[in-house]
Design a protein. Structure first.
Length: 353
């Protein structure tokens, strides 16, 4: 809603409601009756997103010292960020793995809060994650999705788990990973250069960290773009396109690959999957390859989707049910990033004529 230009008074009213109704005594955001997949698994992912918008709007939530203190507990000394650390701020329960999603979303919040050291620390973790995956991506066509607390890439995975690694064959997998990595590293580079006064030589490593990820994304089959969780690629590719052109970085080939990734996500993931009422269907995000939800086809035919519009029996056990409102909101924000990037791309051609 913020990215699409909704009146800020409405957004502040929503944040007021969240502050009154969803902020718990431990200064996390959730409802007790929620399924575990949202209440726990997405604990910092949700909180970081809410607080980022609150910071942009200068809402009191982003200035609440207790809320920020609790949020900072999620960052490990390595710079990576846990998704869930238990409910007691005095008894931190550290998971044994860290992934890019929570680290990058936490990093965006740190940029919004002007917490430079925290933001750069998260960026350094993401760089190590990319570097650890560089050889698997280039040689095996695989991106592994988690590292342990010592920074070791976890390459042993359950063959029934579709979320421990990304390959260049399967359709239903966490293909949002490349998008969220590119989006954060670009945003961090941009903030370091524009807002914090770092020299290019100090910040460039973060921008360059997106290049092997973009190369990997450029090898993805077209049918992977019909999967709704491809959505974050529009964000990452759009940001990369915008930043490359803003700072006159990258080769023409690299810029073209960023454009293609943004365009493909907009055309196939968003436009082709959009329903007549303007939104998108809910998603049954699979946690197993041996369930029917793993094989759902999200591409509507003549405006009709075959995807069930309610949680299935596997909800919160082998799937995460994401309602249509959540999918629609996310898609709109990511389309805006793609729009900004593609606009920069088109303007660069206009400047040449």
């Amino acid at each position: 809603m913020y990215e699409t230009g909704v009146d800020h008074r409405i957004l502040k009213g929503i944040l007021d409601w969240i502050q009154t109704n969803a902020l718990r005594s431990n200064f996390d955001f959730y409802f007790e009756e929620e399924p575990r997949s949202h209440k726990d698994s997405q604990r910092i992912y949700r909180g970081a997103t809410l607080l980022k918008v609150a910071a942009w709007l200068d809402h009191p939530l982003a200035r609440d010292e207790s809320v920020i203190k609790r949020t900072l507990q999620y960052q490990d000394e390595s710079g990576g960020v846990f998704n869930y650390i238990g409910d007691d701020p005095k008894d931190i329960k550290r998971p044994q793995t860290i992934g890019a999603l929570d680290t990058t979303f936490f990093g965006h919040l740190m940029i919004a809060l002007n917490q430079r050291e925290r933001a750069i620390s998260a960026g350094d973790w993401v760089l190590k994650f990319v570097e650890a995956n560089a050889k698997p991506m280039s040689e095996s066509g695989v991106l592994y999705c988690n590292m342990d607390l010592n920074g070791k890439l976890l390459t042993d995975s359950d063959p029934d788990d579709p979320n421990s690694a990304i390959n260049l064959v399967d359709r239903a997998q966490p293909t949002w990973q490349t998008g969220t990595i590119m989006a954060y590293l670009c945003s961090l580079y941009d903030a370091m250069r524009t807002e914090w006064g770092f020299a290019d030589s100090e910040a460039e490593r973060f921008l360059k960290g997106t290049f092997p990820v973009l190369e990997f994304e450029g090898r993805m089959p077209y049918y992977t773009y019909f999967w709704p969780s491809k959505c974050k690629v529009a964000w990452g590719a759009g940001e990369l396109l915008r930043v490359l052109l803003k700072y006159k970085k990258g080769t023409p080939e690299l810029i073209e690959k960023a454009y293609n990734a943004a365009k493909n996500t907009v055309v196939y993931t968003f436009v082709d999957n959009q329903l007549p009422f303007g939104g998108w269907v809910n998603e049954h995000y699979p946690l197993s390859k041996s369930i029917p939800e793993y094989y759902y086809d999200y591409k509507p035919i003549k405006g009709i989707s075959s995807v069930p519009d309610k949680p299935t029996n596997n909800a919160d056990v082998k799937t995460i049910y994401l309602p249509a409102e959540e999918i629609t909101g996310e898609n709109l924000a990511e389309m805006k990033s793609a729009e900004k990037g593609i606009e920069s791309y088109l303007n660069s051609y206009m400047d040449l004529t």
